[in-house]
Each structure stands twice: as structure tokens, then as C-alpha cells.
Design a protein around this ligand. Structure first.
Ligand code: BGC
Length: 931
């Protein structure tokens, strides 16, 4: 098998395994699970028939070949006898209560109305069946946070009633949660539910993965990647979540279990790292470490003490001395999932932990070493176990004070605020607050002092990028040929759905203009996203389990191998960089994009991020780690300012990115829509240059989020403010309609005024070109593609067209064909096909006018095919109700009848008119013959 060959069956099996290993069994009494052979199973809940494969927004838009939900998988399973009568009741109810699909981006409801059930129906099923499964579904996503309300974070009264009745009548009742992120769990005890399992949103193989756990083909081995507290109010970030303009990160580093284990143990229902198995395990460990050694070595033994085969996660936590900085009671430093152990079998796990991984950042100078990672003096205790709460002390070592890494101040807050800090006596941690240290250095000082040297402009010397690739010319010599204008053009990516790259993708960047093409610069291609490849023209791709689900596997090797399949799929579709994984921290359970992100813990997030990038990079494409940094709520994401300390930034919000760059060799990063500490992330030099490049050694591209804003200190963010992005080290603006349009932003003016130098433009281009040199795009440019790879290339799959019922529209004599106010109500994935009767030969354009009530970050692509050939994509954005017209060339037309297909990549728009009109005459190939 060639390295490019994508083995779909192995892909499917690995995804299925990942779903299974992500399932977190929260409770399992009365031997409810696993299902036994021959069990008669009653399935309750209308969402059983409507599986959520992922969350909403850009991270969920994968056109899949199929989705196997939990009920589909149960129905296909031999050993399970389903209660058909009950299924029919739900089927009828579903038919008379169709799903509310919303009307596009940000408007899809979090839940669907549940069927009210009467006691007699449940009692009858309990008579007939052995076990009940209740399936509850939730979604949320981009531009749509969860809410602490019934139907979102809380169960609805109807759902509670259902769960209560079923748990009362069935001894064996298991509630399965098909959700994107954690939800309130008080009902588990209040409603006396015997068994509960989070099964998350598992992509197209979701149902099969869940089935393999339900039937004990494998024991559940997923662990919570977040703490589940008693109330949403218990999360320390809740008080500062969801504001329109500003979120103070007052909890500082005390996010998730770092807060709960330190200050509020009694507010926890299910601790971080927790998850049951059908079997049981025992763990023991030993530590070898001392003050002088750069590493701490820990060896652990995990033994399966139960009756089923199963995997366990050895989790290692550190308790550091409080010192002057103050520390959480526990911090995850390492973890490892074992292989499947037979009953009685043991395995050894070895952890080698660099001291840097247990150091803390002093942002105030209280240790005498400001802006340094330090180890404060004292005893470092290590706890080993299967969750943060039950982990047992396995040893400690004494450490003398040491500076591990002296750094510089970055991205510090300017607004004064109080942050949490423990005051400890004995084992008691009292919650206190201290002033967060503020910025002491101007936002632009270091940028001004370190402007890159300019390379003298030479003009065209005939060097193409391939010469740099082959070592025949240096990058400096190549760059010297590009004019300032070329360099500016290079900064702009085109999209969405640029015709210059793979159809339906997020952006094209690099050599898009004639001038840049002249220098042999290829067009690179990026596309979403975290749950599979998004191609808005309808091309099918594999849909993966969501980020939370993968986080809960705690299985780094498995995630890497799953993402290696996606890496091959990227290459097959000629995509250089996926726009994922998402590595923001689950700061609060209500963030709408938590499903895309991994965990409340930065080490778990970072190890998973690194694994995903390693996998994606297996045959030359890569991923884009996003959203760098601080995108922790969706509401007002363009504006809301995160006010956070440097310590919280470095130890929590940047850490996952850092691990992915250092250990995963990530070489593509996406900044966020909004500001942190007053400056939009796309325009912050500290973030994009000092931290990323200087400290972490990042060698790649940084891009904006789509149509994001830039900013200058003390001014509001603005889409045209882009010179500041280049100066900061954000290399690419995503996305514009036309890369060469110089009037669209402030860059040329900034260059002409001397504010932005040629050196800065060259340095920016160096990153983009350096990235392209390492990308498949370059191999295509040089025609260095093996036959094996060509054989594997994707074929665009069209949907089924019902040719019998197609309407034909006639053009007038001028050659204009108009469809006014068609009664189309396109939902994502719908398409409209019509035939033309055009009597005038010539070149034709298509012009579509549409409006949408959504906001301008909503992406509404329409792919236009002519006679089954994709001609291009018109990407509309939400227009707050205003009518917008977009057009493009569609084809040369010689004969009257053609088929036009419009494929709608997203819901939420109304088509006002479609016009196909004559542009100019053409000489048809047979004109001469006719003459
Ligand atoms: C999202 C990004 C995504 C981009 C392209 C934005 O709306 O925030 O995560 O990659 O769109 O679709």
C-alpha cells in the first residue's frame, strides 16, 4: 500500500475505536451495562433517531457519506432485541413533530422537543424488556453559546419526567448523553438513575463506537476532561462569562479542577479524570527525583483487578509547595492510557517529566525572578490515580529554588483587577485575592526595536520559488525580487471557496495573482476543520468525533493514528492545512465551541493537540492550531476583551498551543476574532512574535480568523486595520475576494508613510513562502507528484439529481434568464437544479441576489455547477437582512439546454433572484465549419 493510500475501512475502525474510548461511564449500578446477549432493549428519547454527529458552525460542516447513530447501530446489531412497539411510538411522534432545524448559523436550537410519555407506556415496556436506554441530545456551537437554561445546560422538564419514569420502572436504565460538552448532572441522583454515560458527538461512526461499549466488546475507558460541579454558579469563571464587552479572568490559573480541588472540593459531582469501567484497576507508583536532576522519573504499575478486559488511564498530578506564588492543590503533569489488560494482568508505565513541566510562572517578581518559570523551594508531591480526586500520594522530592527559564513580559493586562490566590494553613486553602501585576512595557516598544532588516529590492532576476526549494537560490535572493506591492498582495488570502484551489474550501493563499504566479509561488489551500474536512461544494469527507470526545479518550497514540488518516485525506483533496484542531481551554461549560476544544486542562489539551498535528502531518499536509488565544466564549466574540494575567495566559491559555508547537511541530496558527488585554490577538506582537516564534521556535504561518479585525492600542478593532497584523507577525489575512485590490485595507498607506517597512513585509512573506516550501502545494507546482498520489486523488462526488422533475427556464432574446423569488428554502446540504433554454450563443455569467438575517460572520456558500461541473462558489455572508448580489462567470454556451445546480453549503439565506445573462459573444469551435 502506498503511503498516500487511504484505507477507508481502517479509518472507520479507528474512528469507531476513538468514539468508544471517549465514552465516559459516570455511574453503573444494578449491572445495567453492559448489555447481555439476548437482552430485550427499550430505547427511549426522540433523539435516538436523530443522532448529533458534531456541534454547530464551521467546525461541524462536513458532508458525510453516512452517519451511523446509536439507534442505527443497535438496529444493525445481531445480539440485541429492540422493543419494536416502543420504537414505532417514537417513529410516529417524530413524523408528526419534525425537527426544528433553525434557519442557519447560530439559530439551530440546542435541543429538540422531547416526546411526553405516560407511565403506562413505560410500565408496559418494563414488563416486556430487560433494559432501557434513554438518549438525550444537545448541541451548541460557533456563535451560539450554551445557556444555563432548560433545553441547554439543564434538562427540560419533559426529559426529567422521562428519565424519572423509566428509572422507576426499569431496574436497568442507562441514560446516554449525545452532547458536545458537559451538562448539569444533578438529576442523576435526584431522579435515581442507575447508569449514565457521556457518549459525546462521535462523528459518522458515533453509533458504532457507542455500541461496542454497550455490548462490552470493550470496556469503557473514557475519563472526564472537565470537572462536573453541582451548579453552573460553582465554576469560578461563571461570574465573568457571557459579558458583551469585557471578561475579567479573576479566577486566574484556578480553572476547572485547579479551582475545585483547591477551594471547593464539596462542590464537585464528578471530578476531572473520572470515568468507570466494567472492570476495576489498582495502581501503584514510585518516584525518583531530586533537586539537581532535570527530570523526575516515575514508574507506575497498573493491574486489572476485575472481571472484564479493559484499559485504564494512569494520571499523575503534582502538588507543589505554595511558596510565594501560590499553587493549586493538584495539577496534571502526565498521563498514559494502558493497552487493554486482561483480568489479573499488569503493565508498567514510565513517566519522565522535565522540570519545566512542573515549574510555575512568576509574573509579579514575588520570587525575586520576574517573568521566569521557577521552581520554588520545598517538597513536590506526586499523586497517581484514575482521577484527580482519588489519586494517591506516591512520593515526593525536595527541590531547592531554581529558575528554569528566564523569559520576558508578554501580553500583560493594563486594566487593574484582583485575581485569586490561596492562603494556606495546614491542609486548608482559603480563597484570597491579590492585585494582578500590570503591563510595564509599551505594546510596541519591542516591535519597534526589532524591526527586521530590509533586503535591497532587485526586481525580477528570474529566480522562481523552486530554485529556493532546490537550493539554487537563497530565500533572501528570492524575496529581493518581490516589490512591496507583491508582498502586500501575498498577505491576503482569498475565499471562501476560491476557484484557485480545491472546490469548496476555506481559503487560497500564496501565489494567486499573475505577478506572484510568475515567480512560481503556488496557491496553498486551507479548510475547516476540527471534526473533518469541510468542502462546501458537497464533496464528501470523513466526519470525526468531536474534540471533547477525543480529549476524554486520554489516548494520545490513538488520536494520532486517527488524525493520520485525516492527514492522508487532506493530501488526497489537495489541502495544505486543516483549520483545526481547536485548542482553547474549556474555561466555562457554557462556551458554545467547547465541543471543538478538548479540556479544561492545558496539558491534556496540548498533548492531544500535538498528537493531532503529528497525525495530520504524516504525508506533508498539516493542521492549524486555533484560536490563538483566549476565545473562551462565542457571544460578542469580535469585541469582548479578555482581561487576564500573564501567569494565567502562560500556564493555562497558551500552554496547549505551546505543547503543540514544541512537541507536535505545529506550523500553522489561527488568531482569534477578539481582543485580549485591549489588543486584538491578530495584531499583538507579544503573542505572534515573542511567544510564538522567539520563545517556542515556531517556524510557520499565522493567519487571522475569517474576516477578523485588527487593532491599534486604544482603538477599536477594524477589518481594514491590517498593517498592524503584519507588524505583529500575523502573516495572512483571511479572507478577501480579490488579493490584488489595494484599496481594501490600510497596508499600502502604512507602507508609503514608512510606518510599515519593506523589511517587515519581506519577513511576513518569508513565513508564507517557508510554509509553502514545506507543503504539498509546492510539489504540485514543481510537478513532483508520484503516480501513487495521483491515483489516490479525490473525485468530486455529486448529489443525486432527479432529472425527471427538473423545471426549464427560458431566456429572452437578449439571452437573459431570470428566476424571481423562487420559493426555495435552502437548508445546509440542499440543492436546486434547473435546466436552461438559452437561444443566444455566448459567454454567460450567473448573478444571485440573496439576503440573510444572520450576522456577517455567518458563512453561506452556494456552489454553482454547470452541466455537473463545478464552476465556482459564491460565498455570501449574513447581511442582517440586506439584499446582496454576487456574480461570476458560469460558462460559454453554444446550445440551449444545460443543467445548473446550486448547492447550499449552509442554512439561513433567502434567494431573491437568480439571473443567467449573456456577457459577450464567442467564437464557437464549429462556427468556421458552419461557414
Ligand atoms: C471560525 C474558524 C473557522 C473559519 C473558517 C470562522 O468562523 O471561527 O474557526 O476556521 O471561520 O471557516
Amino acid at each position: 500500500m502506498s503511503e498516500f493510500q487511504l484505507d477507508q475501512e481502517a479509518y472507520r475502525q479507528t474512528a469507531c475505536q476513538a468514539v468508544a474510548e471517549g465514552c465516559v461511564l459516570i455511574k453503573n449500578e444494578n449491572k445495567t451495562l453492559p448489555l447481555q446477549k439476548g437482552d430485550r432493549v427499550a430505547v427511549f428519547g426522540r433523539m435516538a433517531a436523530n443522532y448529533y454527529k458534531s456541534g454547530l458552525g464551521s467546525g461541524g460542516l462536513v458532508n458525510t457519506r453516512y452517519v451511523t447513530g446509536i439507534l442505527d447501530a443497535l438496529m444493525a446489531s445481531d445480539g440485541i432485541r429492540l422493543d419494536k412497539k416502543l420504537l414505532k411510538i417514537y417513529e410516529d411522534w417524530n413524523a408528526s413533530h419534525p425537527l426544528d432545524k433553525g434557519h442557519g448559523w447560530g439559530t439551530v436550537p440546542w435541543n429538540q422537543e422531547e416526546m411526553p410519555i405516560d407511565e403506562a407506556t413505560v410500565a408496559e415496556a418494563a414488563e416486556a424488556d430487560d433494559v432501557a436506554l434513554v438518549i438525550i441530545g444537545r448541541t451548541a456551537g460557533e456563535d451560539q453559546d450554551n445557556a444555563a437554561k432548560e433545553g441547554s445546560y439543564l434538562l427540560t422538564a419533559t426529559e426529567r419526567d422521562l428519565i424519572r419514569k423509566v428509572s422507576k420502572h426499569f431496574t436497568r436504565t442507562a441514560v446516554l448523553l449525545n452532547v458536545g460538552n458537559i451538562i448539569d448532572m444533578n438529576w442523576v441522583e435526584e431522579d435515581k438513575v442507575p447508569a449514565v454515560m457521556y457518549v459525546w458527538q462521535g462523528g459518522q461512526e458515533g453509533g458504532n463506537g457507542v455500541l461496542s461499549v454497550l455490548t462490552a466488546e470493550q470496556s469503557p475507558s473514557g475519563k472526564l476532561s472537565d470537572t462536573i460541579a453541582k451548579s453552573i454558579q460553582d465554576y469560578p469563571s461563571t461570574a465573568n462569562f457571557g459579558n458583551q464587552y469585557e471578561n475579567i479572568y479573576a479566577e486566574d490559573i484556578y480553572v476547572g479542577y485547579r479551582y475545585f480541588e483547591t477551594f471547593a472540593k464539596d462542590r464537585v459531582l464528578y471530578p476531572f479524570g473520572f470515568g468507570l469501567s466494567y472492570t476495576t484497576f489498582k495502581m501503584a507508583g514510585q518516584i525518583a527525583g531530586d533537586s539537581d536532576s532535570p527530570f523526575v522519573n516515575i514508574s507506575a504499575t497498573v493491574t486489572n483487578t476485575g472481571e472484564y478486559e479493559g484499559k485504564e488511564v494512569a494520571q499523575l498530578y503534582v502538588k507543589k509547595p505554595q511558596g510565594a506564588l501560590g499553587q493549586p492543590a493538584r495539577e496534571l503533569v502526565a498521563f498514559e492510557k494502558t493497552r487493554a489488560l486482561l483480568p489479573g494482568e499488569s503493565t508498567k508505565v514510565i513517566f519522565t517529566i522535565p522540570k519545566y513541566a512542573i515549574a510555575s510562572f512568576d509574573d509579579s517578581g514575588v520570587t525575586g525572578h520576574k517573568n521566569a518559570y521557577v521552581l520554588e523551594e520545598g517538597s513536590y508531591e506526586f499523586y497517581l490515580g484514575s482521577d484527580v480526586r482519588s489519586a494517591q500520594l506516591i512520593g515526593s522530592f525536595r527541590q531547592e529554588f531554581a529558575v528554569v527559564s528566564q523569559l520576558e513580559e508578554i501580553y500583560a493586562p493594563v486594566k487593574p483587577f484582583k485575581r485569586m490566590k490561596p492562603s494556606v494553613s495546614g491542609n486548608y486553602y482559603e480563597l484570597k485575592y491579590e492585585d494582578a501585576p500590570l503591563r510595564t512595557i509599551g505594546a510596541y516598544e519591542r516591535m519597534e526595536a526589532n524591526k527586521p532588516q530590509e533586503i535591497a529590492y532587485t526586481g525580477d532576476r528570474g529566480i522562481v520559488l523552486a530554485d529556493v526549494y532546490h537550493g539554487k537560490a537563497t530565500m533572501d535572493e528570492f524575496l529581493a525580487q518581490l516589490s512591496a506591492e507583491d508582498l502586500i498582495v501575498l498577505f491576503r488570502g482569498e475565499g471562501m471557496s476560491s476557484p484557485k484551489v480545491t472546490p469548496g474550501t476555506g481559503s487560497a493563499f500564496g501565489g494567486l495573482s499573475e505577478n506572484l504566479r510568475h515567480f512560481g509561488i503556488p496557491a496553498g489551500c486551507t479548510t475547516d476543520g476540527p471534526s473533518g474536512i469541510r468542502m462546501d461544494c458537497g464533496t464528501k469527507a470523513f466526519s470525526l468525533p468531536n474534540g471533547t470526545s477525543l480529549g476524554c479518550t486520554f489516548n494520545v497514540e490513538l488520536v494520532e493514528s486517527l488524525y493520520a488518516f485525516e492527514g492522508k485525506e487532506l493530501r488526497k483533496n489537495r489541502i495544505d492545512a486543516l483549520l483545526g484542531p481547536g485548542l482553547n481551554i474549556h474555561r466555562n461549560p457554557l462556551c458554545g465551541r467547547n465541543f471543538e476544544y478538548i479540556s479544561e486542562d492545558p496539558v491534556l489539551t496540548g498533548k492531544m493537540g500535538a498528537a493531532m498535528i503529528r497525525g495530520l502531518s504524516c504525508v506533508g499536509s498539516t493542521g492549524t492550531i486555533k484560536h490563538f488565544m483566549g476565545n473562551n466564549q462565542e457571544y460578542s466574540r469580535n469585541d469582548v476583551n479578555g482581561v487576564m494575567s500573564q501567569r494565567a495566559a502562560r500556564e493555562i491559555y497558551l500552554k496547549g498551543f505551546e505543547i503543540s508547537v514544541r512537541e507536535g511541530k505545529a506550523r500553522s496558527v489561527m488568531t482569534t476574532y477578539g481582543p485580549v488585554n485591549g489588543i486584538w490577538t491578530s495584531s499583538h506582537y507579544d503573542l505572534n512574535t515573542i511567544v510564538l516564534r522567539k520563545e517556542w521556535g515556531f517556524d510557520g504561518i499565522v493567519m487571522t480568523d475569517w474576516w477578523a479585525r485588527g487593532s491599534i492600542e486604544n482603538q477599536p478593532g477594524d477589518r481594514k486595520c491590517r498593517a498592524a497584523m503584519i507588524a505583529a507577525g500575523n502573516n495572512l489575512y483571511m479572507v478577501v475576494d480579490d488579493q490584488t485590490d489595494m484599496k481594501q485595507d490600510d497596508i499600502l498607506a502604512a507602507y508609503q508613510s514608512g510606518e510599515l517597512t519593506l523589511g517587515q513585509l519581506q519577513e511576513n512573506a518569508r513565513s508564507i513562502l517557508g510554509f509553502l516550501l514545506k507543503s504539498p502545494a509546492m510539489l504540485y507546482e514543481m510537478n513532483e507528484i508520484s503516480q501513487e498520489e495521483l491515483d489516490e486523488r479525490a473525485i468530486v462526488e455529486e448529489g443525486d439529481i432527479d432529472f425527471e422533475n427538473i423545471i426549464t427556464y427560458d431566456s429572452d432574446e437578449e439571452g437573459t434568464l431570470r428566476i424571481e423569488n423562487p420559493d426555495w428554502n435552502p437548508q445546509q446540504g440542499d440543492f436546486e437544479v434547473f435546466a436552461t433554454n438559452i437561444q443566444r450563443k455566448g459567454m454567460y455569467n450567473i448573478r444571485i441576489t440573496a439576503h440573510s438575517d444572520l450576522n456577517d460572520l455567518a458563512q453561506l456558500p452556494i456552489s454553482v455547477s454547470f452541466d455537473n461541473q463545478l464552476r465556482g462558489i459564491l460565498t455570501f455572508q449574513g447581511s442582517n437582512g440586506a439584499k446582496v448580489t454576487k456574480e461570476m462567470e458560469i460558462s460559454e454556451v453554444f446550445a440551449p439546454t444545460h443543467y445548473v445546480k446550486l448547492y447550499f453549503g449552509a442554512s439561513g439565506m433567502v434567494i431573491d433572484s437568480v439571473e443567467i445573462y449573456w456577457v459577450h459573444s464567442i467564437k464557437a469551435p464549429f462556427d468556421d465549419m458552419e461557414a
